[in-house]
Write a protein that binds this ligand. Structure first.
Ligand code: ADP
Ligand code: ZN
Length: 438
């Protein structure tokens, strides 16, 4: 597999640390001069670039959190005047104002560089046809993959999300070798292929899928690999840092290599904020070392993961991050018990006769305890006539498995195949009907 930038991706770790430290000091000087928010924060914490004698001194710098971005909406954290901005993106922001990110021309070049590394890592070359079904627009997914694929010199099909029948037609007619989209939308495409009776092995040229923007599991990977006849690899990123292209799995799929020459990672205890030893699970904190328009310093991503120590078989020295295990803020508290949606997914996908489509519904009737209902689609087999007993027994198995893993009682409904809503982008699996404001 080609290594896009060997001088960085294979760099000796000691040289990499020296480069990071040097860049960190420059970054601090840069934002101190240009962004009042950081100038204030550094002054209050009494920290200066000279205090950074080693990377351990990072912990002296205050965190930046999501609400800091919101408080400075829209352009308050930008370090350049508007006429130096080449582009603006924003995250979906389901409630209230979106999170805004600005890019200078150099930032876009950086994005092209990290995305070219990511796509190369997944085996994309100039001869590939990339069917890019991430949404185009303010969302970073579509244009992020686009800029990297162009940089590599691959052929891009900028199809964006939606119109699934047309996606399937184009996949076949154009002979795409690479598909990029959210894992949940990849499932929707796989379903449509199955519906139309298209044999992926003979009628499609697809070889690899690069999926991200939302959490997914190993079972989901196997599912997608089988149904689409591809190798499915994980990509990670977030608007606040740059978009997709922060970390990517190589062909060994043993964690995602993080581009740490430009994005400096830490793992901290989500409660105390204290840095955790290498290998422990916690919240990922990222610092952009070279961005111009909107650098962020010690940004708390709210994503839970860990850094994987040791070398990767591909030879890259870049540290790997484990598959994101959820967000520190997506944990549901039900009757006082912490419930992680991803644990529910893992449990469901380990049970036969279920489709990887589910919804988690939390409700609270007046003056009653919270009620957790899991709706999961069964396979066609469970809905054939005469299969009622089998359906009931699967329902009981699911209920028991979830009660055991979560430690609370849940009610389970096995729904008909294809009855739950599908998403073109990020799936919405949790529906919290509690009015927690009152
Ligand atoms: P929004 O904030 O609207 O969801 P973003 O695209 O900026 O828009 O979302 C970034 C977030 O998406 C990350 O912080 C992370 O929680 C999630 N995410 C991105 N890639 C992955 C991935 N490969 N696995 C799990 N979660 C991911
Ligand atoms: Zn590797």
């Amino acid at each position: 597999m080609p290594v896009w930038n060997p001088s960085v991706e294979l760099l000796d770790p000691a040289a990499l640390r020296a480069m990071q430290l040097d860049r960190l000091r420059r970054l601090m000087t840069y934002v101190n001069e240009r962004v009042p928010f950081y100038r204030e924060a550094f002054r209050a914490a009494r920290v200066t670039p000279e205090d950074m004698r080693s990377l351990d001194d990072l912990r002296r710098i205050p965190f930046t959190v999501k609400s800091d971005l919101r408080d400075n909406y829209p352009f308050g954290l930008f370090a350049v005047p508007q006429h130096d901005l080449a582009r603006i993106h924003a995250s979906s922001g389901t409630t209230g104002k979106p999170t805004v990110a600005g890019y200078t021309a150099n930032d876009l070049a950086l994005w092209g560089e990290v995305m070219a590394r990511a796509l190369s890592m997944a085996g994309v070359t100039p001869t590939d046809i990339v069917h890019n079904a991430y949404g185009y627009g303010l969302f970073t997914g579509g244009l992020g993959v686009h800029i990297g694929a162009e940089r590599i010199g691959a052929t891009v099909v900028p199809v964006s999300g939606g119109l699934t029948k047309r996606q399937v037609m184009l996949l076949e007619d154009f002979g795409a070798t690479v598909i990029t989209c959210t894992p949940s939308y990849a499932l929707v495409i796989a379903e449509e292929l199955a519906e139309q009776g298209i044999d992926v092995a003979t009628r499609l040229e697809l070889r690899v899928g690069i999926f991200g923007a939302e959490p997914w599991t190993e079972t989901m990977r196997r599912e997608l690999e089988t149904k689409l006849g591809i190798r499915a690899l994980n990509i990670y990123g977030l608007t606040e840092i740059i978009g997709p292209g922060v970390a990517q799995e190589c062909e060994h799929a043993a964690g995602m290599h993080l581009f740490e020459d430009v994005f400096l990672p830490e793992i901290v205890d989500p409660e105390s904020g204290e840095p955790l030893p290498l290998g422990e699970e916690g919240e990922l904190v990222l610092t952009t070392l070279t961005k111009e328009a909107m650098p962020v310093v010690r940004y708390r991503t709210r994503d839970r993961t860990r850094l994987i120590p040791g070398e990767c078989a591909c030879g890259r020295t870049l540290v790997r991050v484990e598959r994101i295990m959820g967000r520190t803020d997506d944990m549901l508290i039900i009757r006082g018990v912490n419930v992680f949606p991803q644990l529910i997914e893992r449990t469901l996908l380990s049970i036969e006769d279920l489709e990887p489509q589910y919804q988690i519904v939390v409700q609270r009737a007046e003056r009653q305890l919270d009620d957790l209902e899991i709706i999961v689609e069964g396979t066609n087999v469970l809905f054939e006539s005469g299969a009622e007993a089998r359906r009931a027994s699967v329902g009981e198995r699911v209920t028991r498995a979830l009660n055991d893993t979560l430690g609370i009682a849940v009610s389970v409904r096995i729904a008909e195949p294809r009855s739950l809503p599908r998403s073109e982008g990020k799936a919405k699996r949790v529906i919290d009907r509690r009015d927690l404001a009152t």
